[in-house]
Unconditional design. Sequence first.
Length: 133
Amino acid sequence: MEPTAREQTQHISGHDLILSSRVVGTRVYNREGDHLGHIDDLSIEKVGGQTIYAIMSFGGFLGIGERFHPVPWSLLDYDVEKGGFVIPLDKSALDGAPHYEAAEIAELGGPKHLAYGDSIYGYYGAYGAVPYW
């Protein structure tokens, strides 16, 4: 029986936990193997400690025109062979996904977080993501 991705990852790292510093910078691919971007940051719910979004950097060149996509954490699967995360979207679907400028990302967990969440989960719900609240 083939080991699952979780079992493979656990075998390689020796445990189930990973430091956020090792997640940031990790490449993101679609199911076809195309490189889409990388994880720029994480959004973690303070009280429960659950990772809610992986903030994916996508587009731009040398930081100019870069867009930040909060992708629900539940949509990311780590692929040991690729050494990166895989999401169930292609590039065109990601183009249409909610995205924000760097200054707006700071508001993601602020007083308007439910409005942001409605937009984000409204889009990614088609891919199986459900709101954390």
